[in-house]
Structure formats: C-alpha cells, structure tokens
Design a binder for this molecule. Structure first.
Ligand SMILES: [Zn+2]
Length: 59
C-alpha cells in the first residue's frame, strides 16, 4: 500500500459497508468481514454484515 494517496481516510479503513436498512454507510472497516453484527452509524439499528455486495471500496 505504500505510495498510495490516502489523505482523507485512515489507511486501515479500506471499505465501507452500506446498511441494509437505511442504505447509508453503516461502518468503515479494513476488511470484508461477514457474519458480524454491528450497530449502523447512520440509523443506529443493529445489522448483520452478511452481503459482500454491500461493501464499497473507499477511494
Ligand atoms: Zn442504517
């Protein structure tokens, strides 16, 4: 990863997961973990990270 520009994002956070309930960003994460329950940062609902398609790469 050296040499890549990452001004706005911490280097460890590479993906954002789109909430299945509110479709906003639920969490930011360093890898595509699945089967984990988290509280969405946008709607505060508990969701399970179970759809790899909901991951978007942070540029
Ligand atoms: Zn949500």
């Amino acid at each position: 990863m050296a040499g890549k520009k990452n001004k706005l994002v911490q280097p460890s956070l590479k993906f954002e997961y789109l909430c299945s309930k509110c479709t906003n960003i639920a969490i930011k994460t360093s890898n595509k973990m699945l089967g984990v329950k988290v509280v969405c940062e946008s709607c505060k609902e508990e969701i399970e990270l179970n759809n790899v398609k909901n991951y978007k790469k942070i540029k």
